[in-house]
Design a protein around this ligand. Sequence first.
Ligand SMILES: Nc1ncnc2c1ncn2[C@@H]1O[C@H](COP(=O)(O)OP(=O)(O)OP(=O)(O)O)[C@@H](O)[C@H]1O
Ligand SMILES: [Mg+2]
Length: 244
Amino acid sequence: MKKTKIIEIKGLCVRYNNISILKDIDLDIEEGAFLAIIGPNGAGKSTLIKAILGLIKGYKGQIRIMGTPLSSFKDWDMIGYVPQKAAHIDRIFPITAYEVVGLGLKRGIRGNNAARYINNVLSRVGMEGYADKKVYNMSGGEQQKIFIAKAIVNNPRILFLDEPTTGVDIKAQDAFYELLKSLNIEGMTIVMVTHDIAIVNKYVRQVACLNKTLIFHGDHDEFCSSQNAIELLMGEHHLIAHRH
Ligand SMILES: Nc1ncnc2c1ncn2[C@@H]1O[C@H](COP(=O)(O)OP(=O)(O)OP(=O)(O)O)[C@@H](O)[C@H]1O
Ligand SMILES: [Mg+2]
């Protein structure tokens, strides 16, 4: 059976101050994918995610989400997003975990319903009991879980994460990726920017390798044998391994 394309990108070009940042990107993401976007610093990974989310003005090319052109796409409740460095909460911003997650809740859900959504998702990420705690007092890993909870509170069809585990310890990372894996098994499409090749090898099913242009896009196994992808990453990583 042919899988539905949840994201379709054709001929995407982004320029900042007349400098080409993304060039001729053609990328389709199938519903149910667990895709890693990898590539060196400055490769345009965050820019690509932002373009899909409609946060970049003046791009060239076509982007469709769930079959709808980006310019007329309205169902943003179906999209979760954890931006790069999300877990930077200022000490002068005394917001609780409950309130942070509540910020992600779609409009129109109030009172007991809102409380049910928020408490459910806090327990889903292992943060039940933290609802009334100030987020700025939490550790980096705990904060990150709160931001994931905010991103998935509406049970989105697709979840974008931009380097979600920076500063999170190895044990917390494992729990975090197990959570992503179970969300993916339940049907959520996951698109994650990461520099962590070990995680790519362990959890991810598809890889897009970016360096202004799309160097490679395919299944993890093909990625392991892609000379282009390996050459691009060799400067940073030597850990590309075959999964058994
Ligand atoms: N708003 C902006 N204005 C001008 N240049 C920008 C802007 N945002 C990003 N850039 C430039 O675009 C390029 C790509 O940035 P981007 O953040 O997409 O890279 P990245 O692949 O996510 O890198 P990293 O791995 O460091 O997060 C960089 O050279 C960056 O300096
Ligand atoms: Mg980035």
